[in-house]
Design a protein. Structure first.
Length: 565
């Protein structure tokens, strides 16, 4: 039989109450458990992981600081046959970022630093890009810094292939000759900022970041099962093993092998997360309302627009409900922590299965409890636009900054962005994703076609993340053999410290990095190719090719120059 464990009997819930200054939890009996129908709904959310043959999840829910549900599914260790329980320790991935922000805020409240300080005041190893990057911009992902992990992956030694430490992070960031964009122009999620924040805590406090966290956050709040994975080799009793679940159903171990932390690396339980979230709500033991205000201050872009990301947390709405939350994903671990402040509800979810959705699962648990209070948006009603008008908007578009492409197609009288995103027409030039009800909490995105530029319009995408993304219409090309031959050569970037070799075999280009690392190069638009998840744009003068620009997830426009090969 599949095994499900719970820290409490089905008809009796033990409420966890933090005793100020204590390092343990006191049990209080008599709190009504979640209704049976709600428990059944939650069980159904995690039913696919309720097995002795699969990893799974633990979930905890509190209502007005009283735990009303604590359950677990699947196995913590498949080799030893140990099931998950609500007391199992998992790695929380990017849930870690709010703890890192909290450490910075504590130092700011004490006057040891300001959130508007130049990061180079504390990390002079960073290059001077001519524009100030503040600590605040690290916290809300508007710094423009490239993600160091994405840069490392370009070398073939990504975060799952090498045991990086903070010295590696500094080495990579010190070599970057450019930012993704000017600080404050956009939001772009980057772990680099949070590793730098951890280093700033080290240098300002005069003690290791992990020690500061224990003395100033974990200990005082009674988070007895929480620590940083600053040394992945350290024994952690009760920790689950993380697993990657493959498409064919097989599983394999995939646990972080790095020393880097602050961006991720928090080891914790769902019970500790509920305690932490209660403290983060009112600032108890952390600086009171001043702490909360600084943590919940949302980022502001250079054009004055406010984004939903604050300091390691996102402030958004799910229908009519306010939500403060974050997700986590690292190696085979997945996580969600969210609170619904107006309803006094908190949801903590930790998983050791790579195929466990983060926000969809966490919000589904919340909806099981808040079904009578939530009003979700419905499918957007589309206005009628003649097919001839819609057809003029179709085709391939290229984003100006990254060179990435987006295909707009027409199917059965409806526009689609890519293969999966159906668009509803708000007018003959403005569109938005149609199925908002199926994705509660999805921020508004608008696709606006500007017809002033010619027969095919420019596409401008507006969302909370950026001032504006501009996508220019481009045509697909099939380069002639002599043009393909002009790309052949070796290309080097000091930013990534790697050489790529472009060769031609059988009339097609391949991109070569090492003996077992070769990708086919697929032409997209003039001088543009896709290879191994990367976008390459070749450049040169008078028809000659002198280099290319590479964009990949969280790295924009990295320049590679042609070298003698």
């Amino acid at each position: 039989m599949p095994r499900r464990t719970s820290s409490v009997p089905a008809l009796l819930v033990t409420t966890l109450i933090l005793v100020p200054g204590a390092r343990h939890l006191v049990a209080q009996e008599g709190v009504p458990p979640a209704p049976p129908e709600v428990i059944r709904q939650v069980d159904s959310i995690f039913s696919r992981w309720d097995s002795q043959a699969l990893p799974g999840c633990a979930v905890g829910v509190s209502s007005h600081e009283q735990t009303v549900l604590a359950r677990a599914y699947g196995m913590a260790d498949l080799e030893w046959g140990i099931p998950n329980s609500p007391e199992t320790i998992f790695e929380g991935g990017s849930l870690s970022k709010q703890f890192t922000s909290a450490a910075i805020v504590l130092l700011a409240l004490e006057g040891d630093l300001s959130l508007d300080d130049d990061v180079r005041t504390y990390i002079p190893e960073l290059p001077d890009y001519g524009e100030t990057i503040t600590i605040r911009r690290l916290m809300n992902h508007t710094s423009g810094l490239r993600d160091w992990g994405s840069v490392a992956a370009l070398t073939g030694w990504g975060r799952e292939q090498k045991s990086h430490d903070h010295g590696d992070v500094l080495d990579i960031l010190s070599r970057q000759t450019a930012l993704n964009y000017p600080p404050g122009d956009r939001y772009s999620y980057t772990n680099s900022g949070y590793n730098l924040l951890a280093m700033i805590v080290d240098r300002v406090s005069g003690m290791p970041f992990a020690q500061f966290s224990e003395e100033r956050i974990f200990g005082p709040l009674g988070l007895a099962h929480t620590q940083w994975r600053d040394d992945y080799r350290r024994l952690v009793p009760g920790r689950s093993t993380a697993y990657e679940v493959l498409r064919d159903g097989r599983v394999r171990i995939n646990r972080p092998i790095e020393f880097v932390h602050g961006n991720g690396g928090i080891l914790t339980t769902v019970g500790d997360l509920l305690i932490w979230d209660a403290a983060a709500t009112d600032g108890r033991g952390l600086g009171g309302q001043a702490f909360v205000d600084m943590m919940e201050e949302q980022g502001v872009l250079n054009d004055g627009s406010r984004i939903v990301y604050a300091s390691g947390i996102r402030l958004w709405t799910m229908g009519n409900l306010r939500v403060v939350s974050h997700t986590g994903s690292t190696a085979g671990y997945r996580a969600f922590l969210g609170r619904f402040p107006d309803q006094g509800l908190r949801v903590a979810m930790l998983c050791n299965a790579s195929n466990a959705p983060t926000r969809p699962s966490g919000t589904a648990v919340a909806l099981a409890f808040l079904a009578d209070e939530v009003r979700l948006p419905q499918r957007v009603a589309s206005v009628n636009v003649p097919e001839a008008e819609l057809d003029r908007l179709t085709g391939l578009y290229r984003e100006r900054l990254t060179g990435e492409t987006r295909e707009i197609t027409l199917r059965r009288g409806t526009l689609w962005a890519g293969q999966r995103q159906e668009l509803a027409a708000l007018s003959d030039r403005e569109f938005t994703p149609a199925e908002t009800a199926l994705s509660p909490g999805a921020e508004t995105v608008r696709f606006v076609f500007d017809a002033s530029g010619g027969t095919r319009p420019t596409l401008r995408v507006h969302s909370w993340e950026t001032i504006e993304e501009v996508w220019d219409p481009v045509e697909r090309v099939t380069p002639a053999a002599d043009r393909l031959a002009s790309y052949v050569g070796s290309y080097y970037s000091p930013d990534a410290a790697v050489t790529f070799v472009v060769s031609m075999e059988g009339g097609a280009l391949t991109l070569f990095r090492g003996p077992d690392e070769t990708w086919q190069m697929v032409p997209t638009y003039e001088d543009g190719f896709r290879a191994g998840g990367m976008t390459l744009r070749f450049h040169g003068e008078d028809g000659g090719v002198t280099g290319f620009s590479l964009s990949v997830e969280r790295v924009y426009d990295m320049r590679f120059e042609r070298v003698a090969g």
